[in-house]
Design a protein. Structure first.
Lengths: 800, 277
């Protein structure tokens, strides 16, 4: 007889556990399916002793299980005890391989061949996906492992690392310190890995610190080693341990196979859900990270709520009091649901959102009620939030020289998208012109929304194109006059190093750089020589259109670039029609001509620009450079950094390449679109109005940012105890002196702090230090210099 | 690219120093001591002495300011630029304070120490201005550690290449790799070379042996000599790097301790003047 339950919960992470706990308490027949032999595999796999954070602090927890900030072991032990106490029906080692049927009668196929019947299914499978196994006989031996917590745990072993991705390489390199390591690479070279890892692994191989077997297919795992097939034949590599890092298969495919649809092919998009977490398949619910709620507390709340909803109970969401608080300053004393309705009715951009999406959106957002004359943000601020106007009107000052030139935006419009797209400073000052109701949304939530709601993406794209043309090419021209041009616009993407157009080609269009930056280069003496650099918010390609001559230079993407391609014919028509546009473009043309002539007189400038672009400065907003003609190698910059930042220097002066006398030390560049910010679970990475990218205290130490940074400038470090003061050291010799490295009693593992947890640390441009970056301020000879690359390139081109 | 500390802020601190010096000299020239020759005991003598003492304390405060990493106010570069020019001005202020009266006493000791400290500072300034660029050019984009790694890699390659060339060569190569040193004592570091470099000797010896080597080993010798030549070149660059670094550091071993000695003798000088004159 087939087992039958009312609710089958798939996945025993925080969301699934909480759902099962509620079902057990409510006396609903249920089963909790977990593919491993323990609950909460993602947290289980955290590093030993890792602190699990309970953010957001303001959100109340609604669950039969308890949860508070604590170390991994305690959190897991509490949950295990509680689910046993609640008599939750858990089935371990039960991977769900397929779901069929409909509401009231779902059939779940399990990996052990059995099937299960359920009226409702709750997906709480997270986003981690399934770790890929070796897929050969012997893959389950106990000395074959698929993760590595602490590389220093092993010594004097021969370890085979399978997989040549970033994770495999990082593990292999860390293990070489104490072990004999062999890395297996399926390919003939290392591809698609971070530049830093590539350099590190190739040097390590050259120096015989580890062995690499290329084009290697694993055949099987024996008692004493692994059999590998290479083009030269099969060989056996004897070893004590195998660590396989083969990535994970994302859960999306499986989810789609159950009939659930995603709004677009973007890998980060999330399935659409109703206000009660129900997917487009009736009876199939989705909660937790897969529903777009990566935080433990949110997931646990949803677990509780989903069971109530399935049983037909209505309950106010746990975030109700938070929204009430957010809406408190809105005039008219409206209830939460009234405000939600008002927003959806007045802002067309948000009209297509489900209630759930809107609530989430507003929870992340802030409500502002500026009076007439209040400034919303100022030109050149580095803020990148997005504003929607629920009521009232704002004025955008489009011309910095002339405050009277304004564009008014009314109810239902939005602004601030330009910073969001380009990652650069605000292009205009915005002011409320009468009492206004605004919603300010952080960049991250907005991007999440754009990726998950198709209508939002479409509207954003359309409006953004027109606004950008208005801002950068044709200031002051009303949108209707630009329609001919806008209609021809295509958004084109270019990978780093690829060519937008080449010198000598016929020119039929111009490009407006929306995101990233490009280099301009020309053939000089048979060699392509970089002559200048163009950042987002500028256009290239106008010269050929004005002079009807072939392209005078080659344009290459310095980083990955998104550009608007504007067709030549309507553009020329616009210039013919409009005197102002023609004048601006021609002024720009003359500037470029001059630049071209200057550059041939300053050939070495091109070399410097090219070198810096290769170091990734094309996407930087602020970079530390060292003039080695002045640097006396005193390392005072590093010491100053360490002293002002809890003992760990965020920069490495000596590391990094040098060109002529310009040295690029390993330190944060505060990228336009920071790679580190892409995947931060607690949203601890922030950018403030001056452009600094920094890490807040809510960091959970997951290390995502460290892995995502292509420049190797983030590391994980524990906080050492506070050093004794300068005079105490000078007079009594207490503790390490200023600028001296810390270890032992004063080091990060000190008993004084009880071995504080490791968190990510990076350059924050000394936003909390008096007078600005300590590295620059501590340089006795003025060799250290923090600059915005475009400024610096200008200096270089002018031969300074 | 940007400015050195000497022309920093358009010579602002040079101008300050020049004003101090010009005022001191003018006063000294027009000042008429009440009796006898100019000396430290006149009103001008006390003024210049006081000014000198304040300058010394302030100049030494640089050591503290440099280590106050989170401090606000002017950046360290301002401090250093001022430290240099006002330090140089101290030569004039101090000398005028003496009224050119010297003797074998604690007062002249303070003066001599002061001059040695300033002169060691002048040497340091020279090193700071001259050496960084030499160092960069010599490194050619490598760090010292990278050079060392490459040298040890070349060692391994040399030993491999020597294997086919008989015991004598093997012994020479082995000795070379075991006895080659970079750095050493102060003199060796500052000289930037090793007259008895084991690798250089090995290179010469093998070149000599190569002349009479049998035809079939010619290729092996060429390979080995090529490796040794590269190693020698790297060694000389590494030693030069050590030399440059030590030039940047060595003067501080004089400048800082002698500053404290100066401070001590200055206190003795002041106490002696006020209590035992």
């Amino acid at each position: 007889m087939q087992e039958r339950v009312k609710i089958a919960i798939v996945g025993s992470g925080p969301a699934g556990l909480s759902a099962a706990g509620r079902a057990a308490v409510a006396g609903v027949s249920h089963v909790l399916l977990e593919q491993r032999d323990h609950v909460s595999d993602t947290i289980y796999k955290y590093q030993k002793g890792k602190l699990v954070m309970a953010t957001p602090d303001v959100l109340p927890l609604r669950s039969e299980l308890t949860f508070q900030i604590g170390i991994r072991e305690d959190v897991l032990a509490t949950w295990e005890k509680q689910i046993a106490g609640l008599k939750v029906n858990v089935r371990f080692n039960s991977e769900v391989t397929g779901i069929s049927g409909e509401k009231g009668d779902f059939t779940l196929k399990l990996s052990d061949g059995t099937t299960l019947n359920a009226e409702y299914v709750v997906f709480a499978i997270g986003l981690q996906g399934n770790i890929r196994l070796l897929g050969v006989p012997g893959q389950d031996r106990e000395w074959v492992q698929y993760q590595l917590n602490d590389p220093d745990e092993y010594s004097d072993e021969t370890i085979v690392v399978v997989g040549a991705g970033d994770a495999g390489i990082e593990n292999a390199l860390a293990l070489t310190r104490q072990n004999n390591v062999v890395i297996l690479n399926r390919g003939g070279e290392f591809a698609r890995i971070k530049q830093g890892n590539l350099t590190a692994i190739t040097t390590a191989i050259e120096k015989n610190q580890l062995e690499c077997i290329y084009s290697a297919e694993t055949v099987q795992v024996d008692d004493d080693g692994i059999v590998v097939k290479t083009p030269q034949g099969e060989t056996k590599v004897k070893c004590d341990r195998i660590i396989a890092r083969l990535g994970a298969s994302p859960p999306r495919k499986f989810v789609e196979s159950c009939g659930i649809t995603f709004p677009n092919p973007d890998p980060s998009s999330l399935p659409e859900l109703s206000g009660q977490y129900e997917s487009n398949v009736p009876g199939l619910y989705i909660i937790g990270a897969l529903a777009g709620y990566p935080l433990i507390k949110q997931a646990m709340n949803q677990g509780y709520e989903v069971i109530e909803y399935i049983q037909g109970n209505q309950l106010k969401p746990a975030d109700e009091p938070l929204l009430e608080q957010k809406f408190a300053n809105i005039p008219g004393n409206k209830s939460v649901s009234e405000v939600l309705a008002l927003i959806q009715e007045s802002v067309p951009l948000l009209a297509g959102l489900t209630t759930l999406q809107l609530r989430e959106f507003l929870l992340d957002s802030n409500v502002h009620v500026p009076r007439g004359g209040d400034v919303v943000f100022v030109r050149n601020d580095y803020t990148n939030s997005f504003y929607s106007i629920v009521d009232g009107e704002v004025n955008i000052q489009i011309d910095p020289e002339d405050e009277t030139k304004i564009i008014a935006l009314g109810k239902g419009a939005f602004f601030g998208e330009m910073g969001l797209l380009s990652g650069r400073r605000r292009t205009a000052t915005v002011m409320a012109s009468k009492p206004t109701l605004l919603i300010e949304t952080p960049r991250r939530s907005m991007i999440k929304l754009i990726n998950s709601v198709e209508s939002v993406k479409r509207v954003m794209d359309e409006v953004a194109v027109g606004r950008q043309i208005q801002t950068y090419i044709a200031p002051g021209i009303p949108l209707p006059d630009l329609q001919d041009l806008i209609r021809t616009v295509k958004v084109e993407k270019f990978d780093q190093g690829s060519v937008l157009f080449r010198e000598g080609e016929a020119g039929d269009c111009l490009y407006l750089i929306q995101r990233g930056s490009v280099t301009v280069s020309r053939e000089v003496g048979g060699k392509e020589t970089v002559i200048s650099y163009v950042a987002a918010g500028n256009y290239v390609g106008e010269m050929a259109l004005i002079s009807n001559a072939p392209r005078s230079a080659t344009i290459r993407a310095a980083v990955s670039v998104e550009a608007l391609r504007l067709d030549g014919i309507p553009f020329q028509a616009l210039m013919a029609r409009n005197e102002t546009v023609r004048r601006t473009i021609e002024a720009r043309y003359r500037g470029r001509m001059l630049e071209n002539i200057e550059s041939t007189e300053q050939p070495e400038a091109g070399g410097i620009i090219q070198f810096l672009i290769e170091q990734g400065l094309g996407e930087a907003t602020d970079v530390l450079l060292i003039d080695e003609a002045l640097c006396v190698r005193c390392d005072n910059c590093e010491k100053a950094c360490a002293e002002t930042h809890q003992g760990t220097s965020r920069l490495n002066r000596e590391a990094g390449p040098t060109y002529q006398t310009i040295h690029v030390p390993t330190s944060c560049r505060h990228c336009e679109h920071p790679h580190c910010m892409v995947d931060c679970p607690p949203d601890a990475l922030r950018r403030n109005a001056n452009g600094e990218v920094y890490i807040t205290d809510s960091c959970i130490g997951c290390g995502n940012c460290e892995r995502n940074c292509p420049y190797g400038v983030i590391h994980m470090a524990a906080k050492p105890p506070k050093k004794p003061g300068l005079l105490q050291w000078l007079l009594f010799g207490r503790g390490p002196g200023p600028g001296q490295a810390v270890s032992g009693k004063w080091g990060p593992d000190s008993q004084k702090t009880g071995g504080s947890p490791k968190k990510a640390v990076k350059c924050d441009m000394c936003k909390d230090v008096l007078g600005g970056p300590a590295c620059v301020r501590a340089c006795p000879t003025g060799a250290a210099l923090r600059v915005e690359p475009s400024e610096f390139f200008k200096m270089v081109s002018q031969g300074l | 690219m940007h400015q050195s500390i000497l022309i920093f802020r358009n010579y602002r601190y040079l101008k300050w120093a020049l004003i101090v010096v010009a005022l001191s000299v003018l006063l000294y020239v027009f000042h008429e001591p009440g009796y006898g020759t100019p000396n430290g005991g006149t009103w001008l003598g006390y003024t210049l002495g006081g000014l000198g003492a304040v300058l010394i304390i302030w100049l030494m405060w640089f050591g503290i300011r440099k280590r106050r990493y989170g401090a606000g106010g002017a950046p360290v570069e301002d401090w250093l630029s001022a430290h240099i020019y006002l330090g140089l001005a101290l030569i004039i202020v101090g000398t005028l304070h003496t009224g050119f009266q010297f003797g074998w006493n604690v007062h002249t000791l303070a003066y001599v120490l002061m001059m040695v400290v300033v002169l060691s500072g002048v040497f340091g300034l020279f090193a700071y201005v001259r050496v960084p660029e030499l160092m960069t050019n010599n490194r050619r984009g490598m760090t010292l550690v990278q050079m060392m790694h490459e040298i040890s890699d070349l060692d391994v390659e040399c030993r491999d290449a020597a294997l086919a060339l008989g015991d004598e060569i093997n012994q020479i190569v082995l000795t070379a790799s075991q006895n080659t040193r970079i750095g050493g004592g102060v003199i060796r570091q500052l000289s930037g070379e090793d007259p008895k470099c084991a690798t250089k000797d090995a290179n010469r010896a093998i070149q000599h042996l190569a002349e009479n080597a049998p035809q079939e080993q010619a290729e092996g010798y060429r390979a080995l000599l090529g490796l040794l030549a590269r190693k020698e070149e790297l060694l000389s660059r590494a030693r030069r790097d050590v030399r440059y670094k030590s030039l940047l550091d060595i003067w501080l071993y004089l400048h800082v301790p002698l500053s404290f000695a100066l401070l001590g003798s200055l206190i003795a000088h002041i106490v002696a003047v006020f209590f035992y004159w």
